[in-house]
Design a protein around this ligand. Structure first.
Ligand SMILES: O=C(O)CCC(=O)C(=O)O
Length: 289
């Protein structure tokens, strides 16, 4: 159960860090489990990133093999791996999400980021851009399987951005990001790093702007096991996230949200940046979450 301070921090900042929710033995089990799966075969939805734009100034960098080719991100493992399913619907995660949301969640997605040494990060974005939960929003539960810091590309978040509408996306720098869209931030607003130890879990709201920089180490992975959830009174979520599960693992039928959506752009009002919602203008169709 979360403390009132943790719930207050979530309301204020859009995220809540819960330390040591999984033991060192459990974390070590998941690391070994996913490394073994990754080395065994390819799985549906494996994603090693968009092609990297060439860096005109650095031809040596252009010739480097991309570490993500060997360690593509896994997705929706809970649909074919029981360990992943049991983790996704673990009661301890359900209890925390219920504390934060005020209602039991539904579970919709698992992902495993290996982020080996030298791997690109993921440009800042909002998960709700992809999940399109209506009404309400989605939540991420991001479990660190390795200690995460600035060097190996820890998660970065923009505190308070959970109150923003979904922003229109722009092209990302694919030399730094394995996905190709990002969201702009007004001048002076910067993401802050979330330093975590293996076993810590970060819970964050679907509108929170977040992402990560590359892993610049030569010898440390930054593995993360991620669950995505939606509020238990949601009526729709994007088709990609179906089937939707109750936290007891049973399937719940809800609607599929369409691709049409509005998004926000930053405009200047009397010297202050504010978000103006502009329909679909400037919106790029998401190919990869
Ligand atoms: O782990 C990362 O580097 C980024 C993860 C992320 O952005 C996400 O799960 O939506």
């Amino acid at each position: 159960m979360l403390s009132s301070d943790q719930i207050a921090q979530y309301k204020e900042d859009g995220y809540c860090l819960v330390r040591g929710i999984f033991s060192p033995e459990e974390v070590s089990h998941y690391r070994a489990h996913y490394m073994k799966l990754r080395q065994t075969q390819a799985f549906p939805g494996d994603f090693s990133g968009v092609a990297m734009q060439k860096n005109a100034a650095d031809s040596a960098a252009n010739d480097q093999p991309d570490p993500l080719q060997k360690y593509p991100r896994m997705i929706h493992m809970h649909r074919w791996d029981d360990d992943s399913l049991q983790w996704l619907i673990a009661p301890r995660i359900g209890e925390i999400l219920t504390d934060l949301l005020g209602i039991a969640p539904f579970a919709v997605q698992t992902m495993l980021y290996f982020k080996p040494p030298g791997a690109r990060g993921q440009a800042i974005h909002q998960d709700q851009f992809y999940l399109k939960v209506q009404p309400g929003t989605c939540m991420a539960g991001w479990l660190a399987l390795d200690d995460c810091d600035l060097d190996n590309g820890c998660l970065q978040v923009v505190p308070g951005s959970q109150t923003w509408p979904v922003l229109c996306t722009v092209a990302a720098d694919t030399t730094q990001s394995f996905t190709d869209v990002t969201v702009p931030l007004p001048e002076g607003v910067k993401p802050v790093p979330v330093i975590m130890q293996a076993g810590d879990m970060l819970f964050f709201n679907g509108s929170l702007v977040h992402g990560s920089y590359p892993n610049t180490t030569t010898d440390r992975f930054r593995r993360a096991l991620i669950g995505h959830y939606i509020v238990g009174n949601a009526e729709q979520v994007s088709e990609f996230y179906h089937p939707v599960l109750r936290m007891d693992g049973s399937v719940v039928e809800i609607g599929k949200s369409g691709s049409a959506t509005s998004c926000g752009i930053w405009v200047d009002r009397e010297g202050n940046p504010v978000i103006e919602v502009v329909g679909q203008a400037g919106q790029k169709t998401p190919e990869h979450e």
